[in-house]
Design a protein around this ligand. Structure first.
Ligand SMILES: [Zn+2]
Ligand SMILES: [Zn+2]
Length: 135
């Protein structure tokens, strides 16, 4: 009986994963599903400054840049920085603890929102809080 439950859970997980995959990759324009109010942090690799911008704008400009660039580039082109006008914008995170704005995935092999300065990770903090609640 226990094995059956495990099998059921695994099947459910796979189903959810497939659904998420299909949804995120789905045809049409996923950009339009993004609420205008959703803001993300970005950081400029050229001048090192970080600022907030709507996720929608980030995705739209990225798509426009990709469409505008001739010949398929191996990597997605970087967005233009509002501060210095150069192309160097990448998705970033703002550390909830020390306020450092850093490129997502700065600490290789760790959580994408791990702060390279103080090692705080919001994802980890949320997980830890959840674990405490369950106990
Ligand atoms: Zn810049
Ligand atoms: Zn930090």
């Amino acid at each position: 009986m226990k094995n059956l439950i495990y099998a059921g859970v695994i099947v459910l997980c796979i189903l959810v994963a497939v659904l998420v995959f299909v949804k995120t990759r789905g045809a049409g324009s996923p950009v339009n599903d993004v609420p205008d109010s959703e803001m993300i942090w970005v950081k400029c690799l050229q001048c090192g400054q970080g600022y907030q911008m709507p996720l929608k704008q980030f995705l739209k400009e990225g798509a426009e840049k990709a469409a505008a660039s001739t010949k398929g580039m191996p990597v997605a082109p970087l967005l233009t920085c509002q501060k210095c006008g150069k192309d160097g914008i990448v998705k970033a995170c703002k550390c909830a603890k020390c306020g450092e704005i850093f490129r997502e995935g700065s600490v290789v092999g760790d959580l994408p929102d791990r702060c390279p300065k103080c090692r705080h990770s919001e994802t980890e903090a949320i997980r830890a809080a959840r674990r405490q609640q369950q106990q």
